[in-house]
Design a protein around this ligand. Structure first.
Ligand SMILES: Cc1cc2nc3c(=O)[nH]c(=O)nc-3n(C[C@H](O)[C@H](O)[C@H](O)COP(=O)(O)OP(=O)(O)OC[C@H]3O[C@@H](n4cnc5c(N)ncnc54)[C@H](O)[C@@H]3O)c2cc1C
Length: 182
């Protein structure tokens, strides 16, 4: 594992002109990156590769004694996953490219519950606690690169990790540290 530290400045501030304060900015605004105002003089090398939202809906239910993670990526009615936690379970899910409505859809929630109960019948007894929707930052490729928009300033792009942002965060953070240390 790579270890390192970087001194962060207040960083990038939006606005019509865009502004880069301090010597280093790591740009990782999740689903909003391609929409942030441009930084003057920054070369937008990947401008053609736009980020798109990939909508994901989940249902949070009470724990019913589950301790195994179950994932079915190829079910006939869509993906299904069960992620047990200490006090609750996350049931999923959906992956709708281009959709960005953050309102949970009741019919989708019912379908998620049905798929998960088919995998784990004990969930039939689980109380529904919450419905949530998130947008994965989908991109044909992760954007992880350095730009030098102005002499003496470093801008590191680190975004577009789609449905694997948590998983990839360790390696990408290490790569950011390596890039700014060069
Ligand atoms: C339903 C669902 C299931 C998922 N499952 C998994 C999984 O199983 N495994 C996995 O690895 N990943 C999973 N992901 C993907 C993961 O959540 C994302 O890839 C990850 O959160 C992206 O991390 P990020 O730090 O790039 O963006 P975010 O987590 O979105 O963080 C971006 C931050 O930037 C801030 N920000 C935005 N705009 C500005 C601005 N203008 N100025 C300053 N700050 C700003 C935001 O407030 C936010 O704090 C899932 C996502 C969803 C929606």
């Amino acid at each position: 594992m790579a270890r390192g530290s970087i001194k962060l400045s207040p960083g990038y501030a939006g606005g019509a002109a865009g502004r880069l304060s301090g010597w280093l900015c790591v740009r990782g605004a999740g689903g909003r990156n391609d929409d942030l105002p441009p930084i003057p003089a920054a070369a937008v090398r990947s401008a053609g590769r736009k980020q798109i939202p990939i909508r994901g809906q989940v249902v949070r239910v009470a724990q019913v004694g589950l301790d195994r993670f179950i994932l079915d990526d190829y079910g006939p009615n869509g993906i299904a996953y069960i992620v047990p936690r200490i006090n609750d379970c996350i049931l999923g899910g959906t992956a709708d490219e281009g959709a960005e409505d953050l309102t949970p859809d009741p019919a989708t929630a019912e379908a998620i519950l049905a798929r998960c109960i088919a995998l784990e019948p004990r969930l039939r007894e689980a109380a529904v606690l919450e419905h949530k929707v998130g947008l994965r930052p989908g991109r044909p490729t992760v954007r992880l690169e350095v730009e030098r928009p102005v002499i003496g300033k470093l801008l590191v792009h680190n975004y577009g990790h789609g449905g694997a942002g948590v998983t990839l965060s360790w390696g990408c953070a290490a790569e950011v540290v390596r890039l700014v240390s060069c």
